[in-house]
Design a protein around this ligand. Structure first.
Ligand SMILES: Cc1cc2nc3c(=O)[nH]c(=O)nc-3n(C[C@H](O)[C@H](O)[C@H](O)COP(=O)(O)OP(=O)(O)OC[C@H]3O[C@@H](n4cnc5c(N)ncnc54)[C@H](O)[C@@H]3O)c2cc1C
Length: 304
């Protein structure tokens, strides 16, 4: 009998063009087979394509649901930057959750004059208490060093007085940004690790340069005595989208608009792997809405 504890799916099983269940390993590395009439993947933008690729078999040598060749491709991760301002007066920026409290979509839409397409969402957030202010990001970019003889003065200057804009930029879908299987790295169960190839393009770099410059201006206009620009994080990687794209045409998409794989009618993807574009806002609400939309359709239609 399977034991309780973490379980890692190693393979989706198929027979005669249909999914029949999954193989998984329990916490002790023992393998179990789970049979199912319908299989739904919700392993997010890296885990889902990894599982589809790991499930390659004689009938699907390039991985499951991959007749389009798009499984794992078009990874989008929301390039991210931040701008903090330090003010003379106490603005209460130790209070509240470390998350956005005001949102601006002022520069969200495309403006051809800016030299790039799409835009970004700004979220104004507190920078937290003393420990939060020792984070390397974005503070290590400050010209005012934090540690050693400056410690008390710098911390005092920032504590409660330093709001920050977080900037979440829309990513464009490129096939070269992709999840594949590592040829040499494995996870603790010996399964191939995902290999992620991702490069922020010129559009993203131009977009973030524009947005950080505007965010600095907004802080200065509000009276900031210092601004600190945290550069684009090399691999933001906490929003994962686009790697099993939905569409009407099986030649150019992995699933249909309800997350059903074109190639395997009882295999579904209910996570943001199916996104065609990613917008420039945090994804969880849309992920939940799409999962609901897909689930309702599956229930209404019934298992295939
Ligand atoms: C630090 C951080 C901050 C974030 N902040 C925000 C935010 O402010 N707002 C927002 O909207 N979003 C935010 N996100 C993104 C948000 O958390 C994710 O988009 C969301 O959790 C995705 O939900 P999901 O269920 O699709 O995937 P996940 O939450 O990633 O769940 C997928 C699950 O599948 C499991 N899995 C993968 N492969 C296998 C396998 N082979 N076998 C078994 N299990 C497997 C994983 O272990 C995981 O538990 C943040 C993410 C991070 C990391």
């Amino acid at each position: 009998m399977p034991t309780c504890g973490p379980a890692r799916v190693s393979r989706i099983l198929t027979r005669a063009g249909r999914a029949t269940g999954a193989l998984y390993r329990d916490a002790h590395g023992r393998e179990h087979e789970l049979r199912a009439r319908t299989v739904i993947l919700c392993a997010n933008g890296i885990g889902t394509p990894r599982l589809l690729l790991m499930s390659a078999d004689a009938d699907h040598p390039d991985g499951l649901a991959n007749s389009s060749g798009l499984v794992g491709k078009r990874l989008m991760m929301h390039p991210f930057a931040a701008v903090a301002g330090v003010f003379d007066e106490d603005l209460g920026t130790t209070a509240g959750a470390w998350g956005q409290q005001i949102q601006s979509m002022h520069f969200y839409e495309t403006d051809a004059d800016r030299g790039f397409v799409r835009g970004a969402k700004w979220g104004l957030q507190p920078t937290g208490g003393p420990l939060g202010l020792t984070r390397s990001y974005p503070w290590s970019e400050s010209e005012r060093p934090l540690w050693f003889e400056n410690f008390h003065d710098t911390l005092q200057a920032r504590l409660g007085r330093s709001p920050m804009w977080s900037i979440v930029a829309e990513d464009l879908p490129y096939e070269s940004n992709a999840v594949s299987l590592s040829p040499d790295l494995v996870d603790p169960d010996g399964l191939p690790a995902p290999r992620v190839a991702y490069r922020a393009d010129a559009n993203s770099r131009a977009m973030l340069a524009f947005h950080t410059a505007r965010a600095v201006e907004s802080m200065e206009a509000a009276g900031a005595v210092e601004t600190v620009v945290g550069p684009m994080i090399r691999a933001s990687g906490w929003h994962l989208m686009g790697t099993a794209v939905m569409g009407d045409d099986p030649a150019t998409s992995v699933t249909d608009r309800y997350g059903r794989c074109h190639d395997i009618p009882n295999l579904y993807v209910f996570d943001s792997s199916t996104w065609v574009t990613c917008g420039g806002v945090n994804p969880a609400a849309t992920q939940a809405a799409l999962a609901l939309w897909s689930s309702e359709h599956l229930l209404a239609e019934g298992p295939r």
